[in-house]
Structures are given as C-alpha cells and as structure tokens.
Design a protein around this ligand. Structure first.
Ligand code: NAP
Ligand code: MG
Length: 508
C-alpha cells in the first residue's frame, strides 16, 4: 500500500500497490505480459519528491518484438469487418471504466493533478473509444469523377500500418486515447511508448488492452524517450509516428522522419494568448483566465500563458485575478479541497523560476505567488501573477508550462491582435468579447488551431484539435482525427481491358 500526503500527512490509502515491494511491472508485447529486460528507471511522486516506483525498460530486442507483433497483427486487424473492430473499441471503453478508480489513483500519484479531475479523464477516455468505434462504422472514401465512361476512380482510405505512439506525461490517458482510438478504429496497429513519468498509468492501460484487443494490435513498451522512443521512430517497420510533447523533441523527431519519408504527426508546445476586450465583464473574464492559466498547475499545452487586457478594464481585471489566485487551494492532490497540485518535476519548476527571475531582473513585478510554498516537499509552486512585462521577455515568448500568468495592457484591437500573434507558437488562443467582428478577426488573423470565445481550454471531442507553426502539424479528435490515421489510395479501374489509342502498335 502506498500512502500519500503533503507535509507528511496521511491523506489517502491507495488501492493499487506501488513501491519497491512490487517489482512486477510488465510490458505488453504480442498479447503477452513481459518484464522489461533493460535497465530500471525510477518514477518520483511529484507531491513528495520521493520515489514512487520503478519499472524495467524494454530492451532493443523487446522493441523489435513489439514492432514485429504489430506488423503481423495489422493485416488481419484491418481485414476484420468494421463492426467487429468497432466492438473491440467498445470493449476497451467498458473495460477502462471497470478500472476507473484504480486508474484515477495512479494518474493522481504520477501527475499530481487533483483526483476528481482524473476520474473525469477516465470517462473521457471511454467516450473517445466509443466515439471512434461508431464514427469508423461510417468512415469511408469516395468515388472521384473518371476520365472516361466505363471507369471507376475509387478513393480508398487505408491505414498507415504500424503507428509508433509517443505520449507526454501531462494527460497520459486522454492524449493516448486521442491517438490510439482513431488509429485502431481505422485499421492500424500501435506500439505505445508512454512518458517515463506516467509509465505506471500506461501499464494499467496495457491490462485493459490485453483483455480486449487481439494479440499484437496494441503493444506497450517503456523506457526513456532518447533510447526506446527513438528506436521506435527510426524503426524501418513503423509506418508513421504520432507524437505529442515538446516542440524541441518534436522537431528532432520530425527531422528523423523527414529523412525516412515517414509521416510524423506532431502535437507540440504552446504559448496561448488570451485577449480581454473592453466589452467583457472583467470580473468574469478574470475568473475564466485564472482557470485557464492554473488548471493542472499550468501544465496544459493550451494553458493561457499570457493575457492582454484593454487598459480601461485593466485595473479591475488585475485586482480580481490577484484576489482569485491568492485564494486557490494548493495542496495534496488526493485532498478533495485541493484545486492545484504540484508541478510534475523539478526540471519544469526550475525552468519556470528561471523565466520569472529573468523577467523580474528586467522590471517585471510579481503580484501573487512566485515562490515555493513554505515547508512543502515535492515540486509545488505557488500560482503566480506577473505584471509590467514586455514582449522581449522569455516569459512572453517561450512556453512556460507552469502556474504563471503574465498580464499586459493594450490600447486598441490592432495592438491586441498583433501582440497575440507575436510568438513562434500557434496552438490556441482565447478571447473574451460579445462583439462578432472581434471574434471574426480572431479566427481570421490568429495562426492557431483552436480559438476559444468566452470559454477557454475546453475540449470538444467532436471537433479537431492541434497546432500550427511551432505548435505542430496535425489535427486530432473529430472526423479530422480519423482522417489523420489513414492515407488515401486511388484505384483507377477501367472496367474492361480494351484498346487505347495512345498505346504502341496495333492489336493483332
Ligand atoms: P517531451 O519531453 O517532449 O516528451 C514527450 C514524449 O516523447 C515522452 O514519451 C518522451 O519520453 C518521448 N521522447 C523524449 N525524447 C524523445 C526522443 N528523442 N525520441 C523519441 N521520443 C522521445 O514532452 P513532455 O515533457 O512529456 O510533455 C510536455 C510537453 O508536451 C509540453 O511542451 C506541452 O506543451 C506538450 N504537449 C502538447 C500537446 C498538444 O496536443 N499539442 C498536449 C500535451 C502536451 P520520456 O518521458 O521518456 O522522455
Ligand atoms: Mg519530458
């Protein structure tokens, strides 16, 4: 039994056994559970900083075996009738719900995010598998107009084959489902490599897949991105790479895939702006922005990372943001009263503190937070509000990925849109306004994948999600998410073999 609590308090007894006494952490290769045969790596508890567990990595031979199993399984998986494949996806959804509390426990331990939200993400995982089970039943190609009479031009949608799925730690259930549900629904098989920090969660999912999918259709390996992840990317038998993670790592993966002409789907980092116009209620907008900035301790790819406020409502907005931020309950993620848990790792927290220190050295002022909560273990950071920032600061240009909200005033709409557009990223943007023309400008002028109006950072599983520019090159979710895991094949079919005037010679 593992026991967790901030300041050493016992907050909750975990039902799933974790810790050094539980060495069995098998991978899933070709439908069989197998312990990794390479080096062990430790997983730390972000709420305490103490070791939570350790897992043995997959060896190069085991990775080869997982890919080979996926290759073998793919033809018959794709050849199976769609209703049968859809039934398997429904079974995954049902099985994951059987393990809802176990999964929420382990996600809470591994991510530090408050428990209640993690229950919600198990439901969303199941919902995604159900959505793609049903969409796949009606997903098909088209018939293009032919060159001549007596011909058919079939545009057939075909799976890529074996998908290497590389998942980050911030949403280990959801972001895995974004890829794996549509990939399986359309006839691909997968080899999953979770983030090292959320391996335990993913090994529970491996049990779900083992109980529901044919051998080889879903394989789960574990280990470091630089070794296990890169072997999957470079492997000649993986047909595409679906990656969610940082822009830096994604760019490297894209370069390797480019040399191999292998499709690489990249869902990368963000620096999402929010614009609060003068027709928005500053109190309500402040509430929305505080939510969007500090959800998951700011470790959401679509976190609001900078906010521009019309000068006429700036003071009221900032006062309210500071008030709400200082009231946030930071603490043990298993405590039902906790709103904000720890950050995931020391590296992330150090980067945030560096950005903050540099901004302060250039004149920025911290109005709330900016410090590590007194007496806390683990990787906590008090939610932070910063003003007097300028656009040259790293804090306004680079992804922060932590609980920090810089606020800047603007004069007119042109200035607001120009500031919002002024970073290399293009994941999402939110605006607060009731003026249709401002909404139109936002979706026409901002080079982003998602625009939220008055309701930030919500997912709609039915609509596409993804980034532009340094934030990525693909769309997941919605119908678009299913198209993303298929290629097209054109079948040019002359219904009869008959002579063509441009062929050489005469017919005997
Ligand atoms: P990360 O360090 O880039 O890692 C992502 C995944 O790739 C992990 O499984 C990682 O394994 C693996 N990996 C690392 N180096 C690799 C390599 N050289 N070759 C192959 N795989 C490699 O990202 P993270 O720290 O887990 O997640 C945070 C980042 O993800 C943030 O930048 C965030 O904005 C971004 N994100 C984007 C989206 C989106 O949809 N656009 C959603 C969520 C998060 P290890 O854990 O073993 O290193
Ligand atoms: Mg990482």
């Amino acid at each position: 039994m593992g026991i967790v609590g901030l300041h050493g308090a016992v907050a909750k007894v975990i039902r799933i056994p974790v810790g050094e006494n539980v060495p069995e952490r098998p991978l899933l290769i070709d439908g069989a559970f197998e312990l990794g045969s390479a080096e062990r790596f430790a997983i730390l508890n972000p709420a305490t900083g103490a070791p939570l567990d350790s897992v043995a990595s997959a060896s190069p031979d085991q990775i080869d075996a997982a890919v080979a199993a996926a290759v073998r399984a793919q033809r018959s998986w794709w050849a199976s009738p769609q209703p049968a494949r859809s039934a398997v996806l429904h079974a995954v959804a049902a099985e994951v719900l059987q393990r809802k509390e176990d999964l929420a426990d382990v996600v809470t331990l591994e991510t530090g995010r408050p428990y209640a939200r993690n229950l919600l993400y198990v439901d969303m995982f199941a919902d995604l598998f159900r959505q793609y089970a049903e969409l796949a039943r009606v997903h098909g190609g088209r018939i293009a107009p032919s060159n001549e009479a007596g011909q058919l031009s079939l545009v057939v949608r075909v799976p890529y084959g074996v998908v290497a799925s590389l998942i980050p730690w911030n949403y280990p259930l959801l972001l895995l489902a974004f890829k794996v549900a549509p990939a399986l629904a359309t006839g691909n098989t997968v080899v999953i490599k979770p983030a090292s920090e959320t391996t335990l969660t993913t090994l529970i999912l491996a049990k779900v897949f083992a109980a529901t999918t044919p051998p080889g259709v879903v394989n789960v390996v574990a280990g470091s991105g630089r070794t296990v992840g890169e072997q999957l990317v470079r492997h000649p038998a993986t047909d595409m790479v679906a990656f969610t993670g940082s822009t830096e790592v994604g760019a490297g993966i894209g370069a390797i895939c480019g040399q191999m002409a292998k499709p690489a789907h990249l869902e990368l980092g963000g620096k999402d702006p929010a614009i609060v116009f003068d027709d928005a209620d500053p109190n309500l907008a402040a509430k929305a922005v505080v939510w969007a900035a500090f959800l998951n301790a700011g470790q959401v790819c679509t976190s609001t990372e900078r906010v521009y406020v019309h000068h006429s409502v700036y003071d009221r907005f900032v006062d309210r943001v500071v008030e709400l931020t200082t009231q946030l309950q930071v603490g043990d993620p298993f405590d039902p009263g906790t709103q904000i848990g720890p950050m995931r790792n020391e590296r992330g927290r150090a980067k945030v503190l560096e950005q903050l220190a540099a901004a302060q050295a250039s004149g920025a002022k911290v109005l709330a937070g900016g410090v590590i909560p007194e007496g806390s273990a683990g990787f906590y950071l008090q939610p932070t509000v910063v003003v007097d920032v300028d656009h040259d600061m790293e804090l306004m240009q680079e992804e922060t990925f932590g609980p920090v909200l810089p606020i800047m005033a603007f004069g007119g709409d042109d200035e607001a849109f120009a500031l919002a557009a002024d970073t290399p990223y293009g994941l999402g943007a939110s605006c607060y306004t009731d003026t249709p023309d401002r909404v139109r400008r936002a979706y026409e002028e901002l080079t982003v994948g998602t625009v939220w109006v008055n309701d930030p950072v919500v997912d709609n599983l039915a609509a596409p999600f993804g980034g532009m520019r340094a934030s990525g090159n693909v769309r997941e979710l919605g119908l678009e998410g299913m198209d993303a895991f298929t290629s097209t094949r054109h079948v040019h079919w002359n219904m009869r073999l008959e002579d063509k005037p441009w062929w050489y010679g005469d017919v005997e």
